[in-house]
Design a protein. Structure first.
Length: 140
């Protein structure tokens, strides 16, 4: 006579608790820790760099620039002060001074190959709570 086989347990075995491995919740994609948004000075420096190097047209930043500064930027972009012969310009350093609570005066060092150039601009927070560039200059 044969014995009946034991039936498997109706409950699941206990799960492994290994403190050296991240939990399933921690391993899920999309749970990357949130980084703070970039500072407005960094965003505008990047936008101005793209326009002044000829990688983007001037109207690409039109809604972020005040009227008089837009005219100055258009004149600067025609001269192409940050255009180079094969070297892509990059931002080396950004600094700013805050003369008033809603204003930044910003300087940036731009590397174009072995050469460093200067970019300066002013940001003002408008009544609509959006930052706008109100002045822009580059070295000659």
């Amino acid at each position: 006579m044969t014995r009946p086989r034991p039936r498997p347990a109706a409950t699941r075995p206990p799960t492994r608790r290994d403190s050296r491995r991240p939990s399933a919740r921690e391993r899920r994609p999309g749970t990357i820790p949130a980084q703070p948004p970039p500072h407005p000075t960094e965003l505008f420096a990047e936008r101005l760099l793209l326009v002044l190097s000829g990688q983007r047209p001037v109207h690409w930043v039109a809604r972020h620039i005040a009227n008089t500064a837009f005219d100055d930027l258009a004149r600067l972009a025609e001269r192409g002060p940050l255009r180079t012969d094969g070297h892509r310009p990059t931002i080396r350093r950004i600094g700013h001074y805050q003369p008033q609570p809603e204003t930044y005066e910003v300087f940036a060092r731009i590397a174009t190959g072995p050469r460093l150039r200067a970019l300066a601009f002013r940001l003002t927070l408008g009544a609509d709570r959006r930052w706008r560039c109100t002045a822009v200059e580059t070295e000659h």
